[in-house]
Write a protein that binds this ligand. Structure first.
Ligand SMILES: [Zn+2]
Ligand SMILES: [Zn+2]
Ligand SMILES: [Zn+2]
Ligand SMILES: [Zn+2]
Length: 341
């Protein structure tokens, strides 16, 4: 159940809309060209870059010199069925035709090359070769410069800083992934999320029937400031048996970068006020995880209705807030002239 309306009273600090559009089309990680290496330079090294990338299934980064020598080890490791690189377990038929384990599961025990029965024969020599190769992280084309032996590579890719982000939209299972500029466009165009420039906000959340507090009552607004994007979530959910409202901020980027920012939220009326101050969570942490850890401004329903004023028939919460950047260096050691002798 969505909120009936959201009103932005004032939320600009001088950055205009054009800047958002500019940033949306800007790709933060231009394709770098790296020199990859294998632990043994099987093909002489000069084409390792392209051949390794091709072997790793990365598209779109090969230049005109990307044709690997005819007998490169990467070609040996190419599955003849799906043309992906083969990694252990690598299978072969009795005649020595190799294929990858994904394809093996699909070919009904017939060698796709010679139609002989496939059986269950591993090709250990080729497996050893595959394990010895160093390969670029699969997020190479998103800017990751790392190269690893195969198994370390798999481990790295689950935590790689360049791995795509999940769509931060809450309230539906959205499977879209991508980098931040892409997700910002996606939120605006596909989820019709409100976009605001500026580091301060003043929002009024209005709901005509606050008795219906379902877990699915939520609202998302995106803020653009300091060259970054932030997701302001507002939602109602059951906390134990008590219905509550919660507002919190997530940073569209990694956790390490999120720690450079702080934010405050305030809600109140009639001489009472609740204030929350915190560090935005990275959108690497799911919306649900942040909510369930109560890392934000939580407003009990009775308090929310009190803040709404009137006859308690309508929820009208004015949430104000601010995002700021923390000083990179602490002030310790800085000499304040009048205090130093
Ligand atoms: Zn295959
Ligand atoms: Zn065969
Ligand atoms: Zn990586
Ligand atoms: Zn989405």
């Amino acid at each position: 159940m969505e909120l009936d309306s959201i009103e932005c009273v004032s939320s600009t600090d001088g950055i205009d809309e054009d800047e958002i559009h500019h940033h949306n089309t800007h790709h933060p990680h231009p394709h770098h060209h790296h020199q990859f290496s294998t632990s043994k330079p099987y093909n002489g090294g000069s084409n390792n870059n392209a051949a390794t990338a091709a072997a790793n299934g990365i598209n779109g980064i090969m230049g005109p010199t990307a044709i690997a020598p005819a007998t490169s080890v990467h070609e040996l490791l190419e599955c003849p069925v799906c043309t992906n690189s083969m990694y252990p377990p690598i299978h072969q038929c009795q005649n020595g035709h190799t294929l990858c384990f994904t394809c093996k599961a699909r070919v009904h025990n017939r060698c796709p090359t010679c139609r002989q029965e496939l059986g269950d024969i591993r090709c250990l020599a080729l497996e050893k070769v595959a394990e010895s190769l160093e390969l670029p992280c699969k997020y190479y084309n998103l800017g990751c410069p790392e190269i690893f032996p195969y198994y370390s590579k798999l481990k790295h890719e689950t935590v790689c800083n360049y791995r795509p982000y999940n769509c931060p939209y809450a309230g539906s299972e959205c499977s879209v992934v991508g980098d931040i500029p892409f997700l910002v466009s996606h939120l605006r165009d596909d989820h019709k999320v409100d976009m605001h420039s500026g580091s301060t906000f003043n929002h009024r959340y209005v709901k005509s029937n606050p008795r219906e507090v379902e877990n699915a009552t939520w609202m998302l607004t995106v803020f653009h400031c300091f060259g970054q994007y932030f997701c302001l979530h507002f939602e109602a959910f059951q906390l134990g048996v008590a219905p509550v409202y919660m507002a919190f901020l997530r940073f569209m980027g990694d956790e390490a970068e999120a720690r450079n920012y702080s934010y405050s939220l305030e809600v109140g009326a009639n001489g009472r006020k609740l204030i929350w101050e915190g560090t935005p969570r990275s959108i690497r942490d799911s919306h649900r995880k942040v909510r369930d850890s109560h890392d934000g401004l939580i407003i009990q329903r009775n308090m929310a209705l009190f803040f709404s004023g009137g006859d308690r028939k309508e929820l009208k919460l004015r949430v104000t807030g601010r995002i700021w950047k923390e000083q990179q260096n602490s002030d310790a050691g800085v000499c304040i002239p009048n205090l130093c002798s």
